[in-house]
Design a protein around this ligand. Structure first.
Ligand SMILES: [Zn+2]
Length: 363
């Protein structure tokens, strides 16, 4: 069954409505920063996360409707933010973490822009450069991580960034979501192909002999219209593909239901559920025994109503085991709980025929 056409139309509608409902906030209110334990390339360390407000993800605003699971655009000021203002905001957030003495030992700085840091329309080049110059003054900072869609990865911009932070690792994190073109294009509406991604990867790989540049990918665990079993298979296969193509580490994002997305609409109709925490554990177990690159499972939404869920008895136990496994990269132990048989049945018997039919019938 070809679901591409109705999905595309739905996504456009949904995004249009969601954009209308956003009540605009000034850029400085939308900025944030925090810190936490993290796995660096050199081993366990700290990470400082900084969220910068930008005009908004170019893809979400492009009229395509953007990605079926993502509502980060709702946290964007949706207006031009000048280099000067962006820089002031960055300095304020960064300084806050410095004052809390968060840069003390091996540290990674992760800059989130709810879009593409390397797109000069979202972050002007001048701001990109000044931010890197500030970070470069801190010797304990070993890594700088930015997010970008692959189309903004060019040799020139990578050279510029790397040159400003000599001796530090510069990592570009791309939302590949799935190695499967059909899943990425038709179910996620990501708007780039495996070929586009491989072009960006070639640029990164070619520069590795001159610079400390690395690539990370985000993989979405259980896109819409994907069964529990298929979600596990796709996550494992996508990680194996990422390793083959030269990606240096993988970060799994198990679906949580964002407001104003196609995913939310399907969820409300009973046609979608976020993955079981069991599935994320299974993915971690299989990935740890089949690939060598570090893989992190994001556990942020675990055990919440809109996030990955097992049962009240085992949610936090499994979450803790996965967090531990993220830091030491070992295979988590086996767990048992009475809810496990339901998960096993879902993996074995659930298919997407019902939700696909519902979707087409109701639209
Ligand atoms: Zn349970």
């Amino acid at each position: 069954m070809n679901t591409q056409q109705p999905l595309e139309n739905m996504l456009k509608d949904i995004r249009k409505k969601a954009l209308k409902r956003i009540d605009k906030k000034p850029p400085s209110v939308l900025a944030a920063s925090w810190s936490g334990d993290d796995l660096l390339y050199s081993g366990p360390g700290r990470a400082i996360f900084i969220v910068l407000p930008t005009p908004g993800c170019a893809w979400a605003l492009a009229g395509s409707g953007g990605c079926s699971m993502c509502s980060y655009i709702a946290d964007s000021p949706l207006q031009k933010v000048s280099s000067k203002e962006l820089l002031e905001i960055f300095k304020e957030q960064f300084q806050r973490q410095v004052e809390k003495q968060e840069i003390n030992g091996p540290t990674a700085i992760k800059i989130f822009v709810s879009g593409s840091f390397l797109n000069p329309e979202e972050i002007p080049e001048e701001a990109q450069k000044e931010i890197f110059k500030i970070i470069n003054e801190y010797d304990d900072v070993e890594e700088v991580v930015v997010e970008s869609r692959p189309e903004y990865v060019t040799e020139e911009v990578l050279r510029d960034c790397c040159t400003l932070i000599p001796g530090k690792i510069f990592e570009v994190a791309m939302g590949l979501e799935s190695a499967d073109d059909k899943i990425r294009l038709n179910r996620i509406n990501k708007g780039f192909t495996q070929k586009d991604f491989e072009k960006a990867m070639k640029i990164i790989n070619d520069l590795k002999s001159d610079f400390n540049v690395r690539a990370k990918v985000y993989l979405l665990v259980k896109p819409v219209l994907t069964s529990e079993g298929e979600a596990i298979e796709d996550a494992v296969k996508s990680t194996q593909y990422a390793e083959e193509i030269g990606v240096d580490r993988v970060s799994f994002c198990p679906s949580t239901i964002h407001k104003g997305t196609l995913m939310e609409i399907l969820w409300r109709r009973g046609s979608y559920q976020p993955p079981w925490i069991w599935s994320t554990l299974e993915i971690i177990r299989r990935v740890r025994s089949s690939v060598k690159i570090p893989a992190i499972m994001d556990t942020a939404g675990f055990g919440t109503r809109r996030g990955p869920y097992n049962c009240k008895k085992c949610n936090s136990k499994l979450k803790d085991a996965i967090i531990k496994s993220n830091i030491n990269q070992t295979i988590p132990e086996e767990f048992e709980c009475e809810c496990k048989v339901k998960w096993e049945a879902d993996v074995e018997f659930s298919d997407m025929t019902r939700s696909t039919t519902n979707l087409l019938k109701n639209h």
